[in-house]
Design a protein around this ligand. Structure first.
Ligand SMILES: Cc1cc2nc3c(=O)[nH]c(=O)nc-3n(C[C@H](O)[C@H](O)[C@H](O)COP(=O)(O)OP(=O)(O)OC[C@H]3O[C@@H](n4cnc5c(N)ncnc54)[C@H](O)[C@@H]3O)c2cc1C
Length: 487
């Protein structure tokens, strides 16, 4: 394992290929340092007695102690620890822990590469390549970005039907050295500060779409890769420094301009069926990660709601208590779905544990449909102050501070500073740049709501439920075969 300092040194040695506000930026640009703070935390906490038991794991490939964000889940306990780690660390960061993307991709590839070799009867060596890469990923303690979502053009047309075939990432050449890929992945979280871009298709594919079924990983500064960056960083504090101002998040539009991927980094090619399987598996692992991070975010919104109610003197009001009970129900039901998904996980031929598709998806769906409702609750209890309060410079000026302390006081025994701090946090959470990131991620991260419905309906035994109704109604039941999970 490496330290966060070593990680930043490694980033600095990479070829600059990230563009932001019209400039080519360095990977350790101060704005990126804020965006990557959560990632740095995942290196820093491995020796902390309060965290190391779940942030580290034992590699099934080397037997060495590794960061859990590079681990391939071997047991139910591994899935449970990943979920718990995600909740605990996301609470500390106040945003999204970000390093889950890479580990979710690695787990998906560990399953698909082995299934491809099994299917091809030894004619391919994807799994051996993957294991060699995975060892390197673990030894170097790498951070991976999931470059999955394509730009997708006309949403109702398949990749091979698009006016421009490059609207989904595809192979444009195969040669002795490897494959040449062209396309553009979007919303790539951690793109500007990852070691590797791990790529899979983003949807199921048809038999015409062998060239679009490519899975691979390459260093993020590979020749031909260009990244256009957006960063959602909190507003820096002037009067009331706080942890929340240190953690942001950044994404990239990731352009692959005829990029050569060497064969040892190609993990699937010309197999539309398994290309689609890779897409769904990443989404599945990622939705399981959401059953950890989303409850953490509800914890943060709920804690802030309760704190604002306390400083305002309304914490015992019945409507406030009911709203808190609702938030608790959301957080704990989503978390419980992730626990259930781990306990009913199945083992892939590679030995990797695959969490239960129904529990992961219903948990993620429950989180998604409630996300704006949770913001609504915090907004309701805060009143309008998070939007209209003066800037921190006015709090830092003793002349105005005296007025602000006098007129913004709430409950008698609560100091004005605590009131200011509580509302400034609420402002960061519901009215700042990170807020919009968390809201939109809460709906679309890991796939839009419709994709969860498709996964649920495609895997749920509705026919069994109809038989329950038939029996109760006195209608003869139909014989049904048990439903296999969709591949
Ligand atoms: C903050 C954030 C972080 C993210 N991080 C990552 C990341 O790290 N890596 C990554 O790969 N992706 C990431 N994503 C992408 C995320 O998975 C996508 O946003 C999601 O899959 C939706 O894709 P889209 O944004 O292109 O929306 P669209 O595909 O345009 O979907 C919008 C809506 O259009 C409709 N629609 C779309 N296609 C169809 C269709 N075929 N038929 C009918 N209706 C349709 C649906 O109603 C859907 O909800 C991130 C997203 C966000 C917001």
């Amino acid at each position: 394992m490496i330290t966060s300092k070593e990680f930043v040194e490694r980033l600095k040695s990479m070829r600059p290929n990230c563009y932001m506000h019209g400039q080519l930026i360095q990977r350790d640009d101060p704005r990126m340092m804020t965006s990557m703070k959560d990632i740095l935390m995942t290196f820093d906490l491995v020796d902390d007695p309060g965290y190391k038991d779940f942030i580290t794991a034992t590699s099934h490939l080397t037997g060495k102690t590794i960061n859990r964000f590079t681990h391939i889940h071997q047991t139910v306990d591994d899935l449970l620890k990943k979920q718990m780690m995600t909740r605990v660390l996301s609470r500390l960061s106040g945003t999204c822990i970000q390093r889950c993307m890479g580990v979710d991709m690695m787990n998906a590839l560990s399953v698909v590469t082995k299934e491809a070799d099994d299917k091809n009867g030894g004619k391919t060596e994807y799994y051996e390549r993957f294991k060699a890469f995975c060892k390197e990923f673990q030894e170097k303690d790498m951070v991976g970005a999931a470059a999955q979502t394509d730009v997708k053009g006309d949403r109702l047309l398949r990749p091979h039907e698009q006016a421009d075939p490059d609207l989904y990432m595809r192979v444009v050449e195969r040669n002795a050295k490897g494959v040449v890929v062209r396309g553009c992945k979007v919303h790539t979280t951690v793109g500007p500060y990852c070691d590797e871009l791990i790529v899979t298709p983003c949807r199921t594919l048809t038999k015409e779409e062998g060239d679009w079924s490519i899975c691979f990983s390459i260093p993020a500064d590979t020749k031909g890769v260009h990244m256009l960056i957006e960063a959602a960083n909190p507003t820096p504090r002037k009067a009331f420094p706080a942890e929340v101002e240190k953690h942001g998040i950044a994404h990239s539009v990731t352009i692959f301009d005829d990029v050569l991927v060497p064969w040892d980094r190609v993990f699937l090619d010309q197999d539309p069926q398994l290309g689609g399987r890779a897409a769904l598996l990443f989404a599945l692992y990622h939705r399981h990660s959401y059953t950890g991070c989303k409850p953490a975010y509800t914890d943060i919104l709920m804690g802030t709601t309760a704190l604002i109610a306390e400083v305002s003197g309304i914490e015992k009001e019945q409507h406030v208590r009911h709203k808190l009970a609702e938030m608790i129900s959301i957080a704990e039901l989503v978390y419980a779905a992730g626990i259930a998904a781990a306990h009913t996980a199945t083992k892939a031929s590679s030995g990797t544990m695959i969490p239960n598709v129904i529990y992961c998806n219903v948990g993620r769906k429950h989180a998604g449909v409630n996300i704006y409702h949770e913001y609504d609750t915090l907004c309701d209890i805060c009143g309008g102050q998070p939007q209209t309060m003066p800037y921190e410079e006015e709090y830092a000026d003793p002349k105005w501070r005296a007025y602000l302390d006098k007129y913004f006081a709430r409950k008698k025994d609560v100091s004005p500073e605590i009131v200011h701090r509580a509302f400034r946090l609420a402002q960061d959470l519901i009215a700042g740049p990170v807020a919009s990131n968390m809201q939109i991620a809460g709906v679309h991260g890991g796939g839009s709501p419709i994709m969860e419905d498709i996964a649920i309906l495609g895997n749920y035994p509705i026919e069994e439920k109809k038989n329950i109704a038939r029996r109760l109604a006195g209608i003869p039941e139909k014989e049904i075969k048990p439903k296999e999970p969709k591949k």
